[in-house]
Design a protein around this ligand. Structure first.
Ligand code: SAM
Ligand code: SF4
Length: 333
């Protein structure tokens, strides 16, 4: 519940959305996010406890944050995750809690997560093809992801969205089958452009399959897409409906059409570093305050400093762009 002035940055953007990473570990190795081998994970004692995460979330809610997305690494590898959800749901002023998962462990955990009060799930599904899944994630397991989706539907999640990262030269053939799958299952599907957050430095503009290209492919196959209403102006996705009326498709185009001017997101990494952007090159250390007797006021000041330092835009398209040192799995997507 906001009891303090809102979290405004120097451009007047109010920060109401917290991305909370609960682990940097993962059970697969997507090439756009993690190295294939010798992954450097933070020692377990560095990772924030549930109590620390909940305290941080409570402080954020007093500053006007009303949405939390739990992410990682793979959040479902964090032991007893439903306990964290139960505690987050109780925080006054948090209207929406969502979780982003690769779906591998979802069939085992969907029921407990739903019972803990989680209503919204984003499940990453870049392909339906076993070999492409292996090429992307360097692991097998697409059938477990599909089982996870089916279980989540069965246990009554109110909103399940599929996220597909699109890579030129790799996932073009997946666009139409994914859209057909989403339609059949009555799920929302969002395509996300590949961002320079991979661990091995292989990102290049030429690997970005843009939202516009994907939309063309879909329109060739399904006919014209119809723009859908946009209830939340700060949402990064631009959504469309099919003429058939079934299914909904969205595009998140951070590279070809950056949405920084309406960004309302704040992030905390699994070990308690606060970030104002996926691409920020500075971090603010909340762990140190959380563990050394820092007061709520001191943590509030740290969050405000972080938000105030937010740049106008990520600048991927500018010559000055500096890739952050940390890859996606270390930040929290
Ligand atoms: N492990 C979970 C998962 O994969 O859904 C949650 C964490 S993951 C980092 C969150 C989202 O970030 C996923 O949908 C993933 O596809 C996306 N992602 C990872 N690396 C990316 C990149 N370089 N560019 C764009 N999206 C990326
Ligand atoms: Fe793991 Fe998610 Fe990163 Fe893939 S995108 S390696 S599933 S954290």
């Amino acid at each position: 519940m906001p009891t303090r002035p809102p979290l405004l940055d120097s451009l007047g953007r109010a920060h109401t959305n917290l991305r909370m990473s609960v682990t940097d570990r993962c059970n697969i190795r997507c090439f756009y996010c993690m190295p294939e081998e010798n992954v450097e994970f933070k020692p377990r004692e560095e990772i924030l406890t549930f109590e620390e995460l909940v305290r941080f979330a409570r402080i954020c809610s007093a500053l006007g944050v009303n949405k939390i997305r739990v992410t990682g690494g793979e959040p479902l590898v964090r032991r007893n995750l439903p306990e964290l959800i139960t505690a987050l749901v109780k925080i006054q002023g948090i209207d929406e809690i969502a979780l982003t998962t690769n779906g591998i462990l979802l069939s085992e955990q969907a029921e407990a997560l739903r019972q803990a009060g989680l209503k919204r799930l984003n499940i990453s599904l870049d392909t339906l093809d076993d070999d492409t899944f292996f090429r992307l994630s360097r692991r097998r397991g697409i059938e477990r992801v599909l089982e996870g989706i089916a279980t989540a539907q069965r246990v009554g999640f109110e909103q399940i969205r599929l996220n597909a990262i699109a890579i030129r030269g790799l996932t073009e053939e997946d666009i139409v089958p994914l859209a057909e799958f989403a339609m059949q299952q009555s799920l929302e599907l969002r395509f996300i452009e590949f961002m320079p957050l991979d661990a091995e430095g292989n990102w290049g503009n030429s690997a970005v399959l843009t939202g516009a290209t994907i939309k063309e492919t879909l329109e060739e196959h399904f006919g014209k897409l119809i723009a859908a209403d946009r209830p939340d102006a700060s949402q990064p996705a631009v959504d469309f409906k099919f003429t058939s009326g079934k299914g909904r498709i969205g595009f998140i185009n951070p590279v070809s059409e950056p949405f920084c001017s309406t960004c309302n997101r704040l992030r905390i990494t699994a070990e308690g570093k606060v970030r104002n952007c996926l691409f920020s090159t500075s971090e603010w250390d909340a762990q140190q305050l959380l563990r050394n007797g820092g007061s709520d006021e001191e943590i509030e000041m740290l969050i405000r400093d972080c938000v105030l330092a937010k740049k106008a835009a990520h600048g991927i398209d500018t010559p000055e762009f500096e890739k952050p040192e940390r890859a996606m799995y270390q930040i929290g997507g």
